[in-house]
Write a protein that binds this ligand. Structure first.
Ligand code: FE
Length: 235
């Protein structure tokens, strides 16, 4: 399984509080059967602005721990980039990290209560640069919840969707679970992320969510999501 969205790196955002906490999270993820985990600290101008080099160093440090402990898991670099009109400029300046630094997929977070008017044109601008936007847990956006059609249109135009595992388990409430189930059944979900911030609160665990997906989709379509097949192959 691939966990496409975690805040495992310490000291960069509101995620892991320390290196030992990050190591605990890595052990939990490995124990859950997660084999690749993307470290995606927030990039939110004015709040969190991690440097790509810091992320790469943090990932390296955790991978050394995984190797030393014989954990069957590898950490890959990424970012969860808050949607803003500055995203293309930041990208051009090398301030943002695409998933695994491959220059192909950018994990983008919509604001919780809004889908800004420029969203679609921004996604299109990224696509013109050869970058596929991956929307981070849009099922938790209030407007998507009220009216999923705008999200569906974005997906029809090539955006991908990562849901939070806990959404399908009802941990964000019944309405979020219901919209998540609808998105899943409509084939609009492409990857799972734990969005883990610590070993206690929403830990990096995906198995229960994968089981819930399998009930809706059957095992084969579930595997396509848990391996994030739509995002190609991560090394
Ligand atoms: Fe997140």
């Amino acid at each position: 399984m691939i966990d496409l969205h975690t805040h495992i790196l310490p000291g960069l955002d509101d995620g892991a509080a320390s290196l030992s906490e990050a190591q605990r999270m890595l052990e939990i993820a490995a124990g859950d059967g997660i084999t690749k985990l993307l470290a995606t600290p927030h990039f939110m101008a004015g709040w969190f602005e991690p440097e790509p080099a810091q992320i790469l160093a943090g990932v390296e440090q955790l991978n050394q721990y995984a190797i030393a402990k014989g954990l069957q898991i590898r950490v890959l670099p990424g970012m969860e980039v808050a949607l803003s009109p500055e995203v293309p400029t930041l990208l051009q300046k090398g301030r943002l990290l695409t998933l695994n630094g491959q220059g192909q997929y950018l994990l983008l977070e919509l604001p919780v209560g809004d889908i800004p008017f420029y969203t679609e044109s921004l996604l299109f601008e990224l696509q013109l640069k050869g970058i596929t936007p991956v929307l981070a847990h849009p099922e938790r956006n209030r407007l998507v919840e009220e009216n999923p059609r705008r999200l569906k249109e974005m997906v029809m135009r090539g955006a991908l969707v990562q849901i939070t595992g806990d959404s399908i388990l009802g941990k964000f409430g019944r309405r979020t679970r219901k919209i998540t189930q609808e998105l899943v059944k409509d084939g609009l979900v492409h990857a799972l992320g734990s969005d883990a911030h610590s070993s206690q609160h929403r830990p990096p665990v995906l198995k229960p969510a994968a089981a819930a997906l399998a009930k809706l989709l059957g095992p084969e379509k579930t595997d396509i999501i848990t391996r994030a097949d739509k995002l190609g192959t991560f090394p």
